[in-house]
Design a binder for this molecule. Structure first.
Ligand code: C2E
Ligand code: MG
Ligand code: MG
Ligand code: MG
Length: 292
């Protein structure tokens, strides 16, 4: 009896493990095919100066349209592909695509805007990354200062000294570094001081809570003033309402992005949308009826 139970428990555990591994392997295989078949694309979310509402840049966000499964969210597939060899290929693909779009933006006269690119955690430990970026900058003849690499805060804690070395190299080339999802990880303020960063992005969870929760509001207000005090640029993500926008602006938050201004725009709709939404470089708000 006992032996049989033990056996089945073992089998169940083994089965679950197997399923997870299988799912990852399957996903990696499909993503590899998808990348070659043109199933991947970028969507660009505008980033605005909160004070002037001028367009300052875009965040490049990966989109995967699977022929049978439809759209698969990066929040779903990126964590699964993290630490596979394909993730590096994807990150490189995104860098190249984002830089080519930035180059097109400049050709069309949007020559001041920057491009923020998400890079997976493990990749910041890869010494080949700075070199790859340098080559791409060269290929598209882009000013390095217009490229911002986003690194999530949770990634930092793992190997801060090695990550810092890569960050330093990237910054010495003239590119910018942004700490993404700030406030969600476990890094201390000491890390923030030690880190070579230019932008701090306050995580959406604090922005969405800041009107109802005194704690969230305090966290946002003090993060803004701390980051400003350190001479860095502070960006809020996930701004959905006029009330959040007004409060962030009042707190002195420099830049922001969110559905209030625009969702991420599919690359094939970018030019039309920019034509519609920009008036002399200033972003028009569709919905001004939301009470402030
Ligand atoms: P993230 O870098 O923090 O990106 C912000 C996410 O919030 C994006 O989700 C964006 O579409 C969403 N968002 C923007 N404004 C709003 C808003 O007002 N309200 C709400 N509810 N959401 C908003 P997305 O595109 O699904 O990406 C999820 C995460 O996947 C990203 O979080 C990033 O960590 C990762 N990711 C996306 N694209 C890439 C990529 O090209 N490379 C890598 N390595 N990671 C990526
Ligand atoms: Mg990001
Ligand atoms: Mg973020
Ligand atoms: Mg986030």
């Amino acid at each position: 009896e006992a032996k049989a139970e033990q056996g089945s428990a073992y089998c169940k555990f083994d089965g679950t493990m197997n399923q997870r591994v299988m799912r990852r392997v399957e996903l990696e295989k499909e993503a590899r095919i998808g990348l070659n078949d043109g199933q991947f694309s970028l969507a660009l979310q505008p980033q605005l100066s909160l004070e002037t509402r001028r367009l300052v840049g875009f965040e490049a966000l990966l989109r995967w349209h699977h022929p049978e499964k439809g759209n698969i969210s990066p929040a779903e597939f990126i964590p699964l592909l993290e630490n596979t060899s394909l993730m590096m290929t994807i990150d490189y693909w995104v860098v190249e695509k984002a830089l080519s779009l930035l180059s097109e933006l400049r050709e069309r006269g949007y020559d001041e805007v920057k491009m923020a690119i998400n890079i997976s955690a493990a990749h910041f430990l890869d010494p080949a990354l700075p070199e790859f970026i340098a080559r791409q900058l060269d290929k598209f003849s882009l000013p390095p200062a217009l490229i911002e690499l986003e690194l999530t805060e949770t990634a930092l804690v793992a190997d801060i000294s090695r990550a810092s070395a890569t960050l330093e190299t990237i910054r010495s080339m003239g590119c910018m570094i942004a700490i993404d999802d700030f406030g969600t990880g476990y890094s201390s303020l000491g890390y923030l001081k030690a880190l070579p960063a230019d932008f701090i992005k306050i995580d959406r969870s604090f922005v969405s809570g800041m009107l109802e929760s005194d704690d969230d509001r305090s966290i946002v207000a003090s993060t803004v003033s701390m980051v400003r005090g350190m001479g860095l640029t502070v960006v809020a993500e996930g701004i959905e309402t006029m009330a959040q926008y007004n409060m962030l602006d009042q707190f002195g938050c420099h830049q922001g992005q969110g559905y209030l201004f625009s969702p991420p725009i599919p690359q094939n709709k970018l030019w039309d949308q920019l034509n519609k939404s920009l008036d002399a470089g200033v972003w028009k708000l569709e919905d001004t009826s939301t009470p402030a």
